[in-house]
Ligand binder design. Structure first.
Ligand code: VG1
Ligand code: CO
Length: 551
């Protein structure tokens, strides 16, 4: 193509472009119906980069890809044109513009890119009436840290123009390289870099032997982007039977399903794995492939336990950890199962705010290698994102090395360490004013709650979680209210930063039992759940006390 015709387009700011827990997420229509909405945000990211005196875009590489949801293609073309106009040296595009969040993290790291856009609203539904989103990841491959997202937001409030090379239609379907003006466009393989980093961690031959022995699994791609990865890795490279991957084709609206792998939104897999004659192992990923749900035969493995088991078994079963695990981290509301393993291994367990962006500094500094979140996120320092496929390969490695079933592995774990019964109760699409009122009322009550008796149990501590990054010393505040009870149980509440309608209140419940390890979670947590409803006065603010989602 010839030299691009660069245009400076006047625009006026939108006031709501504050990236949340992970990226900017809105209803798809917000991106479609508001002129310049996408362009303003993208230019604000570029302006944040340009504002750094050490950065010269003409010497930098930018990666762009997405989870295949509605608008993926259009926004991809918009960003390409803007990246050319802003003078990037090279732009990397995965074939057909499709890439998972973990694979994008690998691309950025392996190719030393300055950063990358991932077009996804992650586990949120897609389609014209669903959600769209844009994540920006920085040069370590991880989500932009808070200081960076804050700067994007500030610049978005005063933006007055953006640069574009116009309505060019970029060829992104086949692997190729071409030049537009001074920018090189490289359409790349979406698997290669990711495969390189995974092969450094896992023994693929060993996992292949497991499948050769007749081991059966089911992988549910939920019509997001991970289906193509699961087919490539599990069926083609590791020899899992054809048909192992179900709902594997990427679809614009994910076939109408809510691509969030939990017990409610993925009842499809629950039904398959809880049935007589179920396969030995089951897993699902969310739309952009960073979340995972794991099942053994007729057994759900809770995410907080999954990361604890993987950490406990890593040095024995996963070659990348043969020298041991340096440290681990979990988000504050996540179950303390991981803390007990860390204690046993004699390593540190860091407690961070919710969102993967807080793990990056710890990993970069070599302080931790394995991380987990209660929201079905598990991962390690081979990249800087949570990684659904990594969790699956970790379990397959443990199963193949120990020769035990996932069920026996989890039961052994609980009998050695005890079990944290754990549940998250969500109240979705609530009135935002009422939710904010509830939080401000509760915060005022915090100092007086210590020693208060709650249905027979004393509150031993009540506070608001505040995080000081051990590496940068950056302080991050308002990350949830915590209530600790005399028997060690915890009630935690915070507002979601990924919703796109009203407020979503999350209540996290955790109760430890050293001996009774095979009880029903809901029954075990009944008492704690009603204590939480009373303590937080849910009916007073929201009318009903019934959560809309329990995971
Ligand atoms: C939720 C989860 C959080 C996760 C985030 C992004 O955030 O609770 O643990 O990191 O989603 O996940 P919030 O603020 O709604 O609670 V993903 O897979 O959507 O990028
Ligand atoms: Co996701």
């Amino acid at each position: 193509m010839s030299a691009p015709n660069i245009k400076k387009v006047p625009t006026s700011p939108y006031k709501d472009q504050h990236p949340g827990t992970s990226g900017l997420r809105k209803k798809t229509r917000v991106f479609m119906d508001n002129p310049g909405y996408t362009e303003n945000f993208i230019q604000s990211v570029f302006n944040t980069l340009i504002g750094d005196p050490d950065i010269d875009l003409s010497r930098e590489i930018l990666a762009i890809g997405g989870d295949g949801r509605y608008l993926n293609h259009e926004v991809m073309q918009t960003i390409l044109s803007m990246a050319v106009a802003n003078g990037f040296g090279e732009i990397l595009i995965p074939r057909r513009g499709l890439i998972s969040t973990p694979a994008m993290s690998a691309v950025i790291r392996q190719r030393k890119a300055l950063g990358g856009f991932i077009l996804t609203a992650s586990h949120n539904p897609g389609g014209k009436e669903g959600d769209f989103g844009i994540k920006y990841n920085v040069s370590n491959g991880g989500p932009a840290p808070e200081t960076f997202t804050q700067r994007i937001y500030e610049l978005s409030l005063s933006i007055d123009h953006y640069l574009t090379a116009g309505d060019l239609e970029f060829q992104i379907n086949d692997e190729t390289e071409y030049q537009i003006g001074s920018t090189k466009i490289s359409v790349i393989d979406p698997f290669a870099d990711y495969q390189t980093v995974l092969e450094e961690v896992f023994d693929f031959n060993k996992i292949a032997d497991l499948f050769k022995s007749g081991f059966r699994m089911i992988f549910d791609g939920m019509h997001g982007v991970t289906g193509i990865y699961a087919k490539h890795f599990l069926e083609h490279l590791l020899g899992a039977a054809e048909g192992t991957v179900v709902r594997g084709e990427s679809m614009l609206d994910f076939g109408g399903i809510h691509p969030d792998p939990n017990l409610v939104y993925n009842s499809f897999l629950v039904d398959k794995m809880m049935a007589e004659g179920a396969p030995d192992f089951g897993a699902a990923n969310d739309a952009d492939g960073d979340r995972n749900m794991i099942f053994g035969y007729k057994l759900f493995v809770p995410p907080g336990d999954s990361v604890a088991v993987i950490t406990d078994m890593a040095s024995r079963c996963i070659p990348g950890f043969k020298d041991g695990v340096a440290g681990v981290a979990r988000s504050m509301p996540t179950s303390t199962a991981l803390d007990r393993v860390a204690k046993n291994l004699g390593i540190e367990c860091f407690e961070t705010p919710t969102g993967w962006k807080f793990f990056g500094n710890l990993m970069d500094a070599g302080l931790c290698n394995i991380c987990g979140e209660e929201s079905f996120g598990t991962g390690a320092d081979h990249i800087r994102e949570k990684d659904g496929l990594w969790a699956v390969l970790s379990w397959l490695s443990i199963i193949s090395e120990t020769g035990k079933s996932a069920r026996d592995i989890l039961m052994d774990h609980w009998s050695r360490y005890g079990r944290s019964y754990y549940e998250r109760h969500d109240y979705e699409e609530m009135d935002s004013d009422k939710a904010n009122q509830m939080f401000s009322d509760l915060k005022k009550k915090l100092p007086g709650l210590k020693g208060v008796n709650l249905s027979g149990q004393e509150i031993t501590r009540a506070d608001e979680f505040r995080y000081v990054d051990p590496v940068t010393k950056d302080v991050s505040e308002h990350h949830g209210l915590r209530f600790f009870l005399a028997d060690g149980s915890r009630i935690i509440t915070r507002l979601s930063g990924t919703g796109t309608k009203g407020a979503t209140l999350r209540i996290y419940l955790e109760q430890f039992d050293a001996e009774n390890i095979d009880q029903d979670t809901t029954t075990m947590l009944k008492g704690l759940s009603s204590m939480a409803i009373n303590l937080l006065e849910i009916p007073k603010y929201f009318g009903s006390s019934k959560p809309s989602l329990i995971t």
